[in-house]
Design a binder for this molecule. Structure first.
Ligand SMILES: NC(=O)c1ccc[n+]([C@@H]2O[C@H](COP(=O)([O-])OP(=O)(O)OC[C@H]3O[C@@H](n4cnc5c(N)ncnc54)[C@H](OP(=O)(O)O)[C@@H]3O)[C@@H](O)[C@H]2O)c1
Length: 343
């Protein structure tokens, strides 16, 4: 049994982590750290936790204890960067859910996040934690949990890229997210009165997840053009993506279906579907549902995830399970029964 520190536990991802950790079979103790909510009780912040989670006082991130075995950092980017070095020096394991350690290059981090990276040596040491594709060594200390959009895109594309990377002419990802993807701080753009009955593209050619996806595609053999466009959906939770791939050669559906079936044969949380998935099939779960459709040299891969679970807290717990050598599903298959609000 282990003890866990949930830093940023008062935010959207933090709340998910509190819920998942409190029901986890191998966690017997956790503390929740917040910023403006420090000093409040969990029950006053999240009344829906009554009778489901043990009540606790939220501690201040400034008084972070070094007594836990592992730390989930669910903080705004730039804030995790300040905490990770001291935790790693103290021999702790860290799963960072922000973008602070996902990009390999400090220059790319400066370009996309507008912050000088103060621990470039840890960028080299970190493991990019796309949980379904990873097995960790005992000595792994720092896992950069992937972004929500990259999780759906990479799970959709990597089997194809790994097998046929040099035959791919271009990839385009058209992505849609619910408003919880932006965290809990109020923003006029995200008001119900703005978003109800509405859809819009945002951060076109400027989204921070684009270099992250491109980095992981190229790491796995992709060497062509990639285009990524994000849209806001009038829902609170969920990510939906349509990935369009052009190859230099024709390919048949049977071959590609066999490739994906084989690739994900041991994955507990990737479900290959015979029709395009729907958001409702995955919200409240750690699943990524994927459908693949082929015509001649074009492949269209649709995928859906819950951004707060598979795209955030659930994947982080899956990473922790793998890091400690537990079954990867531990604590992750019972959410819906708990009936806690989804954001
Ligand atoms: N939302 C998603 O779908 C999603 C998915 C994957 C990754 N992420 C990433 O995960 C991180 C957390 O996202 P979120 O959506 O959970 O954000 P959020 O709802 O805005 O929560 C942010 C958390 O960080 C704390 N915090 C804010 N400013 C701080 C500061 N200056 N110092 C210390 N703590 C501070 C907040 O504490 P108080 O509330 O107590 O002030 C809160 O606990 C972000 O980096 C985000 O990009 C988000």
């Amino acid at each position: 049994m282990i003890s866990v520190g949930i830093v940023g536990g008062s935010g959207y991802l933090g709340k998910k982590l509190v819920e998942l950790c409190s029901g986890h079979p191998y966690i017997d103790d956790f503390d929740v750290y917040g910023n403006s909510s420090a000093g409040e009780n969990l029950y006053s912040l999240f009344p829906e936790f009554h009778q489901l989670v043990t009540d606790k006082k939220i501690k201040s991130t400034n008084d972070l204890s070094f007594s836990h075995d592992i730390y989930f950092l669910a903080l705004p980017h730039g804030e995790a960067l300040k905490l990770v070095p001291s935790l790693i020096s103290a021999g702790k394991k860290v799963i960072d859910l922000s973008g602070d350690f996902r990009l390999d290059s400090p220059d790319q981090y400066l370009k996309w996040y507008n912050i000088e990276h103060t621990s470039p040596e840890l960028l080299k040491e970190k493991v990019y934690g796309l949980a379904d594709l990873k097995d960790y060594k005992n000595e792994t200390k720092l896992i950069a949990n992937p972004g929500c959009y990259p999780t759906a895109a990479l799970l959709s594309l990597l089997p194809l890229v790994i097998e046929w990377g040099n035959k791919i002419i271009s990839i385009t990802t058209v992505a849609y997210s619910g408003s919880s993807g932006a965290g809990k701080s109020p923003k006029v753009d995200l008001l119900l009165s703005e978003m109800d009955g509405n859809v819009k593209a945002y951060n076109v050619h400027k989204h921070r997840h684009e270099p992250e996806i491109f980095q992981e595609l190229t790491r796995n053999g992709f060497n062509s053009d990639y285009t990524f466009t994000t849209h806001l959906l009038p829902v609170a939770v969920g990510i939906y993506e349509t990935n369009i791939v052009y190859l230099s050669t024709n390919i048949n559906q049977k071959k590609i279906t066999a490739l994906y079936n084989d690739f994900y044969s041991l994955s507990s949380f990737v479900r290959l579907r015979e029709t395009p998935p729907q958001l409702k099939w995955v919200t409240g779960t750690n699943f990524c549902d994927i459908n693949i459709s082929v015509r001649d040299n074009s492949v269209i891969i649709t995928s859906a995830i819950d951004n707060l679970i598979k795209g955030g807290g659930g994947q982080a717990v899956q990473n922790m399970n793998k890091l400690f050598g537990w079954e990867e599903t531990a604590g992750l298959l019972t959410r819906r029964e708990k009936n806690v609000s989804v954001y």
